[in-house]
Design a binder for this molecule. Structure first.
Ligand code: M6R
Length: 595
């Protein structure tokens, strides 16, 4: 949440900062700003709104080869100009952008800044005012910066300008992502490598509680204790074209369309030399050595985890618990003797999941992260990483990452057990089935026109695996169309929720599980009798007359891969119908780096 860019080099900084911020907009889009060293001082331009609004305001005549930029997801203070980053110290000497949350900012304000008049409502302003205050006591900006960092409790990625030292960017990181990039004639900093691919693919990872002095030809990394650190460069494995929408109107549509290819890529990536599905032998050992698997995840990744539980239990006989990461920390269950923690996270940056990782690592338990982003925080900090191979997912609504998570979970569970299933073949059938559903977009659009045009709420119901897909369908719909939606286990309706069914209430029912198909159809009858507008999504082999949409046949355990597709499309067309911002829905951000 929140994106940071910084540039110091030979070129004009403004276009690099703005281009970088555009790439980071997925991290937050409430307000944006840049600050530029001009030689005669620092110029700040910031405003509520998107990067496109900022770009219109920026004066391209300002000459500057060093600057910082920020795109915000508000935590402290409403999204307005006053709370937008960059923030400046009272005298204007220091200018700073920040991603994270400073937990003790009110205490710091009371202890050090009573005489300073705060302009914003943010925790960030306290950092920059504190640095100014300490700069009068310390021998250098470097020392004041370091001292201030040691006083902060919480998470931060920081980039700062000192008007009196135009040749340096001051950088720091703790529990919020930040990378330094090394270009031919510049040094850069960014929350995500994709922001700076425009100038370099060579990056340096920063660790928690480190600060950096960045000059156009130099990167000096220090611990907060002052020890100098050396670190090698790595090459970012990202393709610029993966980051573009191309001819698509929205990233979400592009990413949904990529799903068959993603499944095929995963099958390739997880096939060994003899063409059999397999996973890294160390990860395999970790799974096999566990007497219970604890899956930790949030949002869509949690929904994938629920499906993963069935795979590990059915294919490998490993008992599994699935936990919402934000809850796990307060209420850790009694653990088994040999637990293994599996973190599922598209971004690899989710703070809720990371706080669990930190806790269980401290207890000495083994950890695996299933992520789309190699080198992300959770990937670096866990013992093992399994990759999703889905390519960058930019739309806030997760689609191809979910399908990738389900597919990789199936492969891992399969690799841990001895099943007769020809999973490789079944996954390839599933990829084709996904393509068939994607080719029926117009039909799904009609479902939306028939059912969601005037509604204020909607229900998704299913049983067994279909229940988990219903949870995901409901999350997708509410997230991008703002229609209040709930996913329910069909059997639970009559225990309360059926009271909400009125004349015309849309109910989408999944019927892909043979054993429970009669039961879910019974639930559909119950809600139809009470006025609901019902649509059944069934699957070849168990379809019945009147079903609204029949999915191509796939193996029963792999139905979540295919059943989710019409629900993704429903949410997409519902969002379009309501003229919502599909890729950047209100109040959200792609990477949730605050707890
Ligand atoms: O990056 P992660 O998978 O850890 O993110 C978890 C959730 O924030 C994420 O899945 C969220 O629910 C999606 N935006 C839903 O589409």
């Amino acid at each position: 949440m929140c994106g940071i860019t910084g540039y110091i080099g030979e070129q004009q900084a403004t276009p690099v900062l703005l281009e970088g911020l555009k790439k980071l907009e997925y991290r937050g889009y409430d307000s944006a700003g840049i600050a530029l060293q001009t030689g005669q001082g620092v110029v700040v331009c910031k405003e509520k709104g998107r990067i496109a609004d900022l770009t219109k305001m920026v004066d391209l005549n300002v000459q500057s080869t060093a600057g910082i930029g920020h795109t915000r997801w508000a935590t402290h203070g409403v999204p307005d100009r006053k709370n937008s980053h960059p923030h400046q110290s009272q005298s204007g000497r220091f200018t700073l952008v920040h991603n994270g949350v400073i937990e003790n900012y009110l205490q710091l304000q009371r202890d050090y800044l009573q005489e300073v008049e705060m302009i914003s409502d943010t925790d960030t302003e306290v950092i920059v005012q504190l640095i100014e205050k300490l700069s009068s006591e310390e021998v250098s900006t470097e020392a004041a910066f370091r001292k201030a960092l040691t006083l902060l409790h919480g998470s931060y990625a920081i980039a700062m300008l000192d008007e009196q030292d135009p040749d340096t960017l001051y950088i720091a990181k703790n529990r919020s992502p930040l990378l330094v990039g090394v270009g031919a004639d510049c040094r850069v900093v960014a929350s995500d490598a994709m922001a700076m691919l425009q100038v370099t693919d060579q990056f340096i990872e920063l660790h928690d509680e480190e600060m950096v002095l960045l000059r156009k030809d130099e990167v000096k990394i220090f611990t907060l204790g002052g020890e100098r650190m050396e670190r090698a460069l790595y090459t970012a494995q990202l393709d610029q074209s993966d980051l573009e929408k191309g001819t698509y109107p929205h990233y979400m549509l592009k990413e949904m369309d990529e799903q068959p290819t993603v499944i095929r890529k995963i099958v390739d990536a997880y096939s060994n030399e003899s063409g059999k599905l397999s996973i890294d032998s160390k990860v395999l050992q970790a799974f096999k050595g566990a007497d219970r698997l604890y899956i930790i995840a949030a949002g869509t990744s949690y929904h994938a985890g629920l499906i993963g539980k069935q795979y590990f239990e059915k294919f490998a006989g490993i008992p599994v618990e699935v936990h919402i990461s934000s809850e796990f920390g307060y209420n850790m269950p009694l653990l088994s003797k040999k637990p293994l923690f599996l973190f599922i996270t598209q971004s690899g940056e989710t703070a809720d999941s990371r706080q669990v990782l930190v806790k269980v690592k401290a207890l000495g338990y083994p950890t695996v992260t299933l992520t789309n982003v190699q080198g992300s925080t959770l990937s670096r900090e866990s013992d093992h990483t399994l990759l999703l191979h889905a390519g960058p997912e930019i739309a806030v609504a997760s689609t191809k990452a979910y399908v990738a998570q389900v597919a990789v979970l199936a492969i891992c569970a399969y690799a841990c057990g001895e099943s007769d299933l020809e999973l490789k073949k079944e996954l390839s059938i599933a990829a084709n089935a996904i393509q068939t559903v994607l080719d029926s977009k117009e039909d799904v659009r009609k479902v939306v026109e028939e059912t969601l045009t005037d509604t204020r709420n909607a229900f998704f119901i299913g049983r067994n695996l279909d229940f988990y897909v219903s949870l995901e369908g409901a999350l997708k719909l509410k997230e991008i169309s703002y229609i209040q939606a709930e996913g329910f286990a069909g059997g639970e309706l009559k225990h309360g929720t059926i009271a909400l069914i009125e004349e015309g209430t849309p109910v989408f029912a999944l019927a892909t599980q043979r054993d429970v198909s009669p039961n879910i159809r019974g639930n559909v009858k119950e809600v139809t009798a009470r006025g609901a507008k019902t649509s059944i999504f069934s699957i070849e082999g168990i379809q019945e007359e009147g079903d609204r949409f029949v999915l191509p046949h796939v193996h029963e355990l792999l139905t979540p891969l295919v059943a989710v597709i019409p629900f993704q499309l429903i949410s997409y067309y519902a969002a379009l119908q309501r003229e919502c911002d599909v890729d950047q829905p209100r109040n959200l951000a792609k990477s949730v780096t605050v707890e």
